[in-house]
Design a protein around this ligand. Structure first.
Ligand SMILES: Nc1ncnc2c1ncn2[C@@H]1O[C@H](COP(=O)(O)OP(=O)(O)OP(=O)(O)O)[C@@H](O)[C@H]1O
Ligand SMILES: [Mg+2]
Length: 233
């Protein structure tokens, strides 16, 4: 068992109002799974991703990564864990502007302890950019790349530390259909190679590349195709 959430809730306090963004979510993810998280706007999909990836702390409940209770970790431990075990892909790419594709991909290596001018780090980043088809765009800044190319840089960056899990929040949401197809293909290949992927999407054709579909509603899991198959629900 790779990742387990037990009765996880996340509330936000805005003035006198408490918003229950996640409400008692329990979920188990095995190694090499590919999950699509779906559901209406405001149903808690992004909050789930942030909490499950240890970007945000749950208000209640426990999170385990390979059996270790990571929800009790302090901020330093969480940052270390994220850098080592987690890769992120966002709808808006989140690349550093005025910084080359190569340097963007090298950044997590830098946090992992490689020197800023390490040739090993450069070589690793170059190999990763070649693998997403950008071997000829190493020195381009984000502004000098198309949306689909920027997202491929973001994927290379997410992969560079060989994380256990890739989290993606609407990775094709800002892309035209051709670029979206490229990203889908890369994600499918990564999963075939054994990467665990947890992806939020509201597009059916994107959700179809995942092997397990989970639908959220009002901060709860409404349906999970894995439990349907087992005949539990
Ligand atoms: N930082 C925050 N502070 C307060 N409320 C928040 C915050 N982030 C999310 N929420 C609220 O939590 C609920 C769940 O939000 P979330 O972003 O997880 O939804 P979502 O399913 O990702 O929606 P979308 O499909 O529109 O991206 C919403 O009601 C939202 O308004
Ligand atoms: Mg969202």
């Amino acid at each position: 068992m790779l990742l387990r959430l037990h009765q996880v809730s996340k509330s936000y306090q805005i003035g006198d109002t408490t918003i229950r963004a996640l409400d008692g979510v329990s979920l188990t993810v095995e190694e090499k799974e590919f999950l699509a998280i779906m559901g209406p706007s405001g149903s808690g999909k992004s909050t789930f991703l942030q909490v499950a990836s240890m970007l945000a702390e749950p208000s209640h409940g426990e999170i385990y990564l390979r059996g270790a209770e990571v929800s009790t970790y302090n901020e330093i431990q969480r940052a270390h864990l994220r850098n080592k075990e987690i890769g992120f892909i966002f709808q808006s790419f989140n690349l550093l502007a005025r910084t080359s594709a190569l340097e963007n991909v090298m950044l997590p290596l830098f946090y992992a302890g490689y020197g800023a001018d390490s040739n090993t780090a450069k070589e690793k980043a170059k190999v990763m950019l070649e693998r997403v088809g950008l071997g000829d765009r190493l020195q381009n800044t984000p502004a000098q790349l198309s949306g689909g190319q920027q997202q491929r840089v973001a994927i290379a960056r997410a992969l560079i530390n060989d994380p256990a899990i890739i989290f993606a929040d609407e990775p094709t949401g800002n892309l035209d259909s051709k670029s979206g197809e490229d990203i889908k293909k890369i994600l499918r290949e990564l999963n075939e190679e054994g990467k665990t992927i947890i992806m939020v999407t509201h597009e059916d054709d994107v959700a179809e590349i995942a092997k397990r579909q989970i639908v959220f509603k009002d901060g709860k899991v409404l349906s999970d195709s894995a439990s349907k198959k087992k005949g539990k629900k």
